[in-house]
Design a protein around this ligand. Structure first.
Ligand SMILES: [Zn+2]
Length: 451
């Protein structure tokens, strides 16, 4: 047998362990993972020179087509993802205008015409008709993952339609019996935050800390508890997205100990930045907000104790921010290219996290959560050949050249992706994304999709 691609002489890592060897690929699938001596010859053989080979990062949380046209984001941002060793992204996407059925057809086609890596969707519940439409959505689109938003006031600058408890309950009742069904919730108590904001707003403060103090961590903790209660009542799976509070992983672990299916995602920014960092201003506004040092270290304890299931970037490219008013500034930053180096530097190098745990929260965990394991997030034969080769010794400064706001510029990070493979195609190497890869990514949330 001659393979299409072999990567050999690598430190191979998955969520179960590590060994020296490599991977062979035929027709976009992994056909062998093993010692160098067992690997076949190939049309192209890459000598990894001892660098670390892992399943590609699966980032199940981003927002594309919000400020820039969707088709443009699906080119520029999937390229940014490929640079960061990310091989599949999932978009939390919203349609305020009506049904998700034609919306999905259009977004899938535009995505497949532009993306250079695979992608999938979660749909936001933005009106009661969306809840009633869930059975048809599942049949027509294959999407079984739905999101509800708290923490946004009705006049919020991004136009998100906030949920209420009735919407959550009704959605959970529709989703609870789906084979891959899961409800994601943005947890922040909207009404308490609105009340406290009036007091902080009146002080005239414009610093980033004022935004954080206007929606304290207990607002998030309260809604997490309420959502876990509803998940228990309905028997529905719950994903706590972009968790910024240290109590989140603890509460989810307690719920899991009681037999509930509650998982936690956190983001690189909550693990590496605080609202009081001196180089950050209102352009680092994110929803939920960056917290303080104590919450950041508490979150890390949850990560290192295995209580966090996945890392999502919440990558959202806005037009250059105005930096004029804290309260009307758009919330959100971009992270795709630095997600992996941030976790390696701050987790593996600074805090002793194992590489297999890195793979667990970057690839295995998110794929398990949304029903895509082992097709994605695995190095087993027969699975999609989505890979990243990482140089753990490469150290350089973050430089941002793409769309959106980066809150890491100038930060020194160690452990960078040097090669990214999507379905057996090399999409990123020698610092460049291969121009011929645009339009070769495909939608993985589809009605005929196998896990
Ligand atoms: Zn988000």
């Amino acid at each position: 047998m001659q393979a299409d691609l072999v990567i050999r002489n690598a430190h191979v890592v998955d969520h179960t362990g590590e060994f020296h060897g490599g991977v062979a690929v035929v027709g976009g699938k992994i056909v062998m993972t093993g010692k160098d001596s067992t690997l076949p010859s190939a049309k192209r053989t890459i000598d990894a020179e001892g660098r670390s080979l892992m399943p590609g990062v699966v980032d199940t949380h981003c927002h594309l087509g919000v400020a820039y046209p969707y088709e443009e984001d699906m080119r520029t941002e999937t390229a940014q993802a490929a640079r960061g060793g990310i091989t599949t992204i999932f978009l939390y996407i919203r349609n305020k205008l009506g049904s998700y059925l034609p919306f999905y057809d259009e977004r899938r086609a535009l995505g497949e015409a532009n993306a250079c890596i695979d992608f999938g969707f979660h749909f936001g519940i933005q009106m009661e008709d969306h809840i009633r439409e869930i059975p048809q959505i599942v049949e027509h689109t294959g999407v079984q993952s739905f999101k509800l938003y708290f923490g946004y006031e009705p006049d919020n600058p991004i136009g998100i339609v906030p949920a209420n408890d009735g919407w959550v309950y009704a959605t959970m009742m529709q989703v609870r019996n789906l084979p891959k069904g899961v409800v994601s919730v943005h947890c922040e108590n909207t009404e308490i935050a609105r009340w406290i904001k009036q007091q902080v707003y009146a002080t005239g403060r414009q610093d980033l800390g004022a935004y954080t103090e206007s929606r304290p961590s207990f607002c998030e903790v309260e809604t997490i508890k309420r959502m876990i209660f509803l998940a228990e009542r309905t028997g529905c799976s719950l994903q706590l997205v972009h968790t910024s509070v240290g109590a989140g992983p603890d509460l989810a672990a307690e719920a899991r100990a009681k037999g509930l299916d509650v998982t936690v995602e956190t983001c690189p920014h909550y693990l590496t930045r605080t609202c009081y960092d001196e180089d950050l201003d209102m352009t680092a506004k994110i929803s939920p907000p960056l917290r303080d040092e104590e919450q950041k270290e508490w979150l890390w304890r949850g990560v290192l104790a295995g209580k966090v299931n996945s890392i999502g970037s919440d990558h959202v490219p806005f037009l250059p921010k105005k930096a004029e008013d804290l309260w009307t500034e758009f919330p959100g930053v971009v992270s795709f290219p630095w997600e992996l180096p941030l976790l390696i530097t701050h987790g593996v190098i600074n805090r002793g996290m194992s590489l297999k745990d890195l793979v667990r929260i970057n690839s295995y965990g998110p794929c398990r959560r949304f029903g895509f394991y082992p097709r994605k997030g695995s190095l087993e034969p027969g699975t999609d050949a989505d890979l990243v080769l990482v140089d753990l010794d490469e150290e350089r400064e973050v430089v941002h050249e793409g769309h959106g706001t980066c809150i890491y510029e100038g930060m020194m990070l160690k452990g960078w992706p040097v090669l990214t493979v999507s379905n057996g195609r090399v999409v990123f190497e020698n610092g460049e994304v291969d121009d011929s890869s645009y339009g070769k990514g495909s939608c993985v949330t589809r009605p005929d999709g196998e896990a």
